[in-house]
Write a protein that binds this ligand. Structure first.
Ligand SMILES: Nc1ncnc2c1ncn2[C@@H]1O[C@H](COP(=O)(O)OP(=O)(O)OP(=O)(O)O)[C@@H](O)[C@H]1O
Ligand SMILES: [Mg+2]
Length: 380
């Protein structure tokens, strides 16, 4: 689902484009814990930017700094040319949607949505107009009189979203917005959220621990690790060209082979994986010197699996092993292949056949092969 945003502009590729939101060397400490470690990031107007990372990596802290619930110890946050230092949350053109939704239980949907506008002292007619507009946008017409306990999880989520959007913030922050929804509703809501975001052109920063969600929704994403940004890029860039073992394993599944760089060069790289007695070719090269210890990441879906002909041996981008397990995911099979010296190597295959009709089965000797573009050589 990488091409989910056809025709979308890519201002981050333009070195002269000024980001709408500039996060500059932001550090936030809690006692001895460094929750954010000199984070710098530019987000452009209209982006749907996703923050991914393990528990405790600093995602929520970064949102809280943007919203004004936490002041950075160092660094600066600038939104649309305005330095946000010292500006309290309610005075920022920023809204944050919490995972719990935090709707007022004694107010109906429309009242919940209107709350912020009333606080701002807008005229009744204008409030009614804006509430009606936003209810239509989130497809909740006819449900405005219901209180939160009379709404489903997905409906509550939409009311909470409407309540944030009705104030027309420059920046909307969403912390795990879909975590409470079941899988089907989640997927439908992902598409809706992207639709709404594109209609309004609001800049979104969304925290999720669901990598598929980030991959399908985001214009770009950042993978966070220990308060720092391990990598920033489009979903396809980060998936296809992970910058480190951490990112390769965090986003999707990767087989990792340890080896020594024999030939670095503009045309690609050759790595000797001594433990396996194979050579790996890559069509991209790392910025590293000959003889250096490196890792090669290969994604399971890039590996072709076939029954091994008699006498099959290891070679270049080629391993021979024995099928130890087959996991059926409905839409694909994952083969767990034991390769002497390496342990288990994973190779997947789309389920174009029915489960049980597979030609490869437990205990089969198989050949695993992949092409040079599928090898990603990593130095860290
Ligand atoms: N108010 C606080 N006081 C002390 N430590 C805090 C506070 N808030 C966050 N931390 C610490 O800062 C680090 C980053 O926390 P944060 O909540 O940003 O992580 P996260 O990436 O959102 O994790 P999760 O995926 O679990 O929500 C953690 O080590 C956390 O324990
Ligand atoms: Mg969090």
């Amino acid at each position: 689902m990488i091409a989910s945003r056809p025709g979308a502009a890519a201002p981050w590729r333009d070195p002269d484009a000024e980001p709408y939101l500039r996060i500059e060397k932001v550090t936030k400490r809690f006692g001895t814990v460094v929750a954010l470690d000199a984070v710098s990031l530019g987000i452009h107007r209209g982006e749907l930017f996703a923050l991914l990372g393990g528990s405790g990596s600093g995602k929520t802290t970064l949102l809280r700094v943007l919203a004004g619930f936490a002041e950075p110890d160092e660094g600066q946050v600038v939104l649309d040319g305005q330095d946000l230092a010292g500006i309290p949350p309610y005075a920022r053109p920023v809204n944050m949607m919490f995972q719990s939704y935090a709707l007022f239980p004694h107010m109906n949907a429309a009242q919940n949505i209107a709350f912020g506008l009333r606080q701002d002292g807008l005229k009744r007619a204008e409030i009614a107009d804006r509430v009606a507009q936003i209810l239509a946008l989130v497809q909740m017409q006819g449900m405005e009189k219901r209180r939160p306990h009379e709404l489903s999880g997905g409906q509550k989520q939409r009311v909470a979203l409407a309540r944030c959007l009705v104030k027309r913030p420059k920046l909307l922050l969403l912390d795990e917005p879909l975590a409470a929804l079941d899988k089907n509703l989640r997927e439908a809501t992902q598409f809706e959220l992207v639709g709404i975001q594109e209609t309004l052109g609001t800049t979104f920063v969304i925290v999720t621990h669901d990598q598929e969600e980030a991959m399908t929704m985001a214009t770009r994403l950042a993978v966070m690790e220990k308060g720092a940004l391990a990598q920033v890029g489009t979903p396809a860039e980060v998936y296809e060209y992970p910058a480190s073992r951490f990112v390769a394993e965090f986003l999707g599944t990767a087989n990792l082979f340890e080896g020594v760089l024999r030939e670095p060069g503009p045309g690609g790289a050759v790595v000797d994986v001594a433990g396996l007695g194979i050579t790996v070719e890559s069509d991209t090269a790392p910025a590293a010197a000959r003889g250096r210890r490196v890792f090669v990441a290969v994604r399971p879906e890039k590996i072709e699996i076939a029954k091994a002909p008699a006498g099959a041996a290891h070679g270049t981008n080629r391993l021979v092993g024995t099928v130890r397990d087959i996991a059926y995911y409905g839409d694909f099979f994952m083969y767990l292949v034991e390769v002497p010296g390496q342990g288990i190597v994973r190779a997947s295959e789309p389920a174009t056949r029915r489960a049980g009709d597979a030609t490869i089965t437990w205990g089969d000797r198989v050949v695993l092969q992949w092409r040079a573009f599928a090898s990603r050589v990593l130095t860290q």
